[in-house]
Ligand binder design. Structure first.
Ligand code: ADP
Ligand code: TRP
Length: 332
C-alpha cells in the first residue's frame, strides 16, 4: 500500500489578513494589499477581517469608526472579495481574540513589545502611548493564531508583528508543553511601495493619497497635484524618477509604458500630459468597481449579512483554539 506524503490532517493553506478601518482606502492599499487578498481567495482558505479593535488605538469617535468599518467592507466586496470563498468579518464580532490576547500576554516579555518598531514610530509621530497601542502586537498575534493561519500576507511594516507572533506561539507552546498554536509565516505583498502624490510612500497618515473610489473633480485634483520636478516642457525627462510614470505603471500595459517613456525622453512632452493619461487610466480602471460599491452601500443590510455570516464561521474556529489554549494553561 502506498503511503501518502501528506499528513492525514493536511488541509488547504490558510491565509489571514486584517485591515484597519482608519480612513479611506487608497491606491497603495489596493495594489499593495487588497488585490492580492482577492487573488488568494482562489488559492486556499482565506480569512480577512476589518481590524476595528486595533483601530480603537487611534480613533475615538464612534460614528467615524462605524462609517469607516462599513466603508472597508463595501470596498473589499466591490473589489472582488467573494464571501462564499473567503471568510470576511469584523474583528470585534469574535471577542474570543481578546481573551486569547490576554493568555498570550502572560507569556510575552515586556522586552519583546518594547522592540516593536511600529510602536516606536507611532510614538515618535506624537501618538499618545496608551496601553492598547503598546500591546497591539499581542492582539494581532491572537488574530493570527486564533484561526491557525499558515500565511499572513502583509506589507513590510507588519512583518515584525508576524515574527513576534511566531515568538508568542512558541513561548506559549513551550511554557505549557502543548502544540496549541501553529507557526504562521508572513508573505510580503507584491507591490512593496506605491508612491503618493508627494513622491513619499502613499499613506493615510501623510495626506498624499489617491483614493480607490475617488472620482470626478476630486480624483482630478489629486492626480493633477502630483509633485514633479521643474524640467521645462520642451526638455527631455527621466521617466524613472517621476511619480506620475511610476503610478501609470500600475495600470498600463508594457507597450503603453514604453510609449510614455519614449515621450518623456524625446522632450516636448509635459508632465501635465502624462498626468492626463494617468487620470484616464485610474478613472477607467475603477469605474466598474465604483458602481458595484455604490450598489452595495445602497443596501447596508446585505453588507451586515455578509459580515454576520463571516463572523459565525470565524468565531467557531476561534472558539476551538481558545478552548484548547484554556485547557493547556489550566483554566478549563
Ligand atoms: P496606511 O499607511 O495608509 O495607514 P495601512 O498601514 O493601513 O495604510 O496599510 C494597509 C495595507 O496596505 C498594508 O498591507 C500595507 O502594507 C498596504 N499599503 C499601504 N500603503 C501602501 C503603499 N504606499 N504601497 C504598498 N502597500 C501599501
Ligand atoms: N496591524 C495591521 C495593519 O495595521 C492590521 C492587522 C490586525 C492585521 N490584525 C492583523 C494584519 C492580523 C494581519 C494579521 O495593517
Amino acid at each position: 500500500m502506498s503511503v501518502s506524503a501528506e499528513a492525514p490532517t493536511a488541509r488547504p493553506k490558510r491565509f489571514l489578513s486584517g485591515v484597519q478601518p482608519s480612513g479611506k482606502l487608497h491606491l497603495g492599499n489596493y495594489f499593495g494589499a487588497i488585490r492580492q487578498h482577492v487573488e488568494l481567495q482562489d488559492e486556499g482558505e482565506s480569512y480577512y477581517f476589518i481590524a476595528n479593535y486595533h483601530a480603537l488605538t487611534t480613533i475615538h469617535d464612534a460614528a467615524l469608526l462605524l462609517q469607516n468599518t462599513r466603508d472597508v467592507a463595501a470596498t473589499y466586496l466591490a473589489l472582488g472579495l467573494d464571501p462564499k470563498k473567503a471568510t470576511f468579518f469584523r474583528q470585534s464580532d469574535v471577542p474570543e481574540v481578546t481573551e486569547l490576547a490576554w493568555l498570550l500576554s502572560t507569556v510575552t516579555g515586556m522586552g519583546l513589545l518594547e522592540r516593536a518598531v511600529s510602536y516606536k514610530d507611532k510614538i515618535a509621530r506624537g501618538l499618545q502611548a496608551s496601553v492598547g497601542l503598546f500591546t497591539y502586537p499581542v492582539l494581532m498575534a491572537a488574530d493570527i493564531l486564533a484561526y491557525s493561519s499558515d500565511v499572513v500576507p502583509v506589507g513590510q511594516d507588519q512583518v515584525q508583528h508576524v515574527e513576534m507572533t511566531q515568538d508568542m506561539a512558541e513561548y506559549f507552546n513551550n511554557t505549557f508543553s502543548c502544540q496549541v498554536f501553529r507557526r504562521p509565516e508572513f508573505r510580503l505583498n507584491k507591490t512593496a511601495k506605491v508612491p503618493g502624490t508627494d513622491g513619499q510612500k502613499m499613506s493615510k497618515s501623510y495626506g498624499n493619497t489617491i483614493g480607490i473610489f475617488s472620482a470626478g473633480s476630486e480624483l482630478k485634483k489629486s492626480v493633477m497635484g502630483i509633485v514633479t520636478d521643474s524640467t521645462p516642457l520642451e526638455e527631455p525627462k527621466d521617466p524613472s524618477r517621476c511619480t506620475v510614470y511610476a503610478l501609470y505603471g500600475l495600470f498600463a500595459a508594457p507597450e503603453e509604458m514604453e510609449a510614455m517613456g519614449a515621450n518623456y525622453r524625446k522632450g516636448g512632452y509635459g508632465y501635465g500630459s502624462a498626468k492626463k493619461e494617468l487620470l484616464a487610466k485610474v478613472d477607467a480602471y475603477f469605474a466598474p468597481y465604483r458602481e458595484k460599491r455604490a450598489q452595495l452601500l445602497a443596501h447596508p443590510d446585505e453588507i451586515e449579512d455578509v459580515l454576520a455570516d463571516g463572523a459565525r464561521r470565524a468565531r467557531a474556529e476561534a472558539r476551538k483554539t481558545l478552548d484548547a489554549a484554556r485547557h493547556a494553561c489550566g483554566l478549563a
